[in-house]
Design a protein around this ligand. Sequence first.
Ligand code: ZN
Ligand code: ZN
Length: 154
Amino acid sequence: MQLPKSRRRQKLREKKCQYPGCGKIFFGIHISKYCPEHRQDRYRIRKRTKPEDVNIKNQTFKHNYTEVITMVLDCKLEGCDNQFEVKIYPRQYIYPKYCPEHRNEYKRVRHLRQIGREDLIEQMIKESEMMEIEPMAAREKETEKDIEAVDDVA
Ligand SMILES: [Zn+2]
Ligand SMILES: [Zn+2]
């Protein structure tokens, strides 16, 4: 049996971490996007999900503000009229979707049950299952193609 002569080597180069708010310089291969810290699994939850999944507990709010402003938003939960204040930051587009009370899934379920929308509860639970972090082992099988696909989302 012959052993492979050499493993494919990739040149390390100076890269800037793409994780929001990081920007640390590190050495990595051409597909590396994140510094060692942000390559850890706990930072991958959002990056692994599809764009619509990011919007389960949060909403995307596109804006051009260059200063921090305070806005009043409506709770997006069916049948809730609460409003809440949110600080809008420049270049940050993900904001809470629900009033402080309904950021808790248990309370959203209870509210939906009270207004008789069991159908929405089912839908919500299905969505939150998609948010689960994938097991560690899955990462090792990751191919370059996977990484690229993930980056489309971020
Ligand atoms: Zn980083
Ligand atoms: Zn609410």
